[in-house]
Design a binder for this molecule. Structure first.
Ligand code: GTP
Ligand code: MG
Length: 331
């Protein structure tokens, strides 16, 4: 079979990702491009806009804007569900302990949770990967011991996965190192397209009965950041990253799994006070992550985690340590 042209592949990706901006009445490619340039890539962002803002950003009349917004809302089924239905959807949520009670508490009491994306961003050596490796081991514990009695998928974009470290952490908490290692599926993602493709594979594995309860992407943004470096490429990068995050969100909702992603920081020279670093990917990643933590080194070998912009928890800080047992409360 002849190789598909890029255009064809693009179309297929679009079909897979559901309705696009151009599927809305009155929105052709030119208007869609204007919206994208203003940071609006998907129906959800458009559905929550006011008519006048949309008209302004897209350069269309208010009537066209109103029609498009209404259509987007309809397509997304932005209705209400009653409280009991909402409660039911949250009923099967499971938690995975981080290994540290104070870090668990920071995240609402029982560690990271399924149907959510938890993001840790911070400088190199701040403990992002170590927390990931700890979670990869602890997800396998029985529920009564803070696990989810499940397996883990580790998408490694930087070649930092260390089997020996997994075994050490497993041994440290009294688990069988070989068994624990066998329950972690590792895939090295060589570029962002590969990273995206791997999600389909995970869905397939779960459908085929693998009891996967945790997906780790370490790092979420490194490939995207390295591949889109030129001026004017930022919008393309954000678009692709946004799509990827949406796929992650539907994956964790659909299969009731927890997702833990790591993210780098970049210097923010505009910030004059406090820590002048911000997470790569900015608001797009921030909005997609249910829990977002900033990790940094603290005093005497400790690590400090700060919860940022959580919808239902207070912004707070806690201290933990990284030892041979992985993440713990104290040394
Ligand atoms: P980047 O991926 O470079 O951005 O950093 P990161 O945030 O992922 O850092 P990582 O989680 O790899 O943390 C590395 C740090 O964890 C090391 O500098 C050590 O301080 C600590 N660490 C790693 N392995 C061990 C270990 O076996 N024992 C102890 N005590 N500490 C360890
Ligand atoms: Mg790392």
């Amino acid at each position: 079979m002849a190789k598909k042209s890029e255009e064809e592949e693009d179309k297929e990706v679009k079909k897979r990702d559901g309705p696009q901006l151009t599927d809305l009445p009155g929105i052709g490619p030119a208007v869609a491009a204007k919206l994208e340039a203003a940071g609006i890539f998907d129906l959800m962002s458009l559905a929550v806009m006011s008519t006048s803002t949309m008209a302004d950003k897209a350069g269309v009349g208010e009537a066209v804007a109103r029609k498009a917004i209404q259509a987007a809302r309809k397509m997304l089924d932005l209705g209400f569900i009653d409280g009991t239905e909402f409660e039911k959807r949250r009923e099967d949520i499971m938690n995975i302990t981080t290994g540290s009670v104070s870090l668990n508490n920071l995240l609402g009491g029982r560690g990271i949770e399924t149907k959510s994306i938890t993001e840790a961003y911070g400088a190199f050596g701040s403990g992002k990967t170590q927390l990931g490796l700890t979670l990869a081991v602890r997800v396998q514990l029985p529920v009564e011991n803070g696990g989810a009695n499940g397996k883990c998928v580790f998408i490694d974009t930087e070649g930092t996965f260390r089997p020996s470290r997994i075994k050490q952490i497993a041994e440290g908490i009294g688990a069988n190192p070989e068994k624990v290692l066998k329950n972690i599926f590792v895939a090295r993602a060589f570029n962002s397209d590969h990273q995206i493709l791997l999600l389909e594979k995970i869905s397939e594995m779960i459908t085929n009965g693998e009891p996967i309860k945790l997906l780790i992407v370490d790092s979420l943004t490194a490939h995207f950041r390295a591949e889109f470096t030129g001026r004017g490429e930022l919008a393309d990068r954000q678009h692709k990253l946004n799509k990827y995050l949406h796929s992650l969100m539907s994956l964790c909702e659909k299969h009731n799994i927890a997702i833990y992603v790591t993210n780098q920081v970049m210097a923010n020279p505009a910030q004059m006070f406090g820590d002048p670093t911000t997470a790569v990917g900015g608001n797009i990643v921030g909005h997609a992550s249910t829990y977002r933590m900033y990790l940094r080194r603290g005093k005497q070998g400790s690590r400090v985690a700060k919860l940022i912009d959580s919808p239902n928890l207070p912004d707070n800080e806690c201290v933990f340590f990284v030892t041979e047992k992985g993440v713990v409360d104290e040394i």
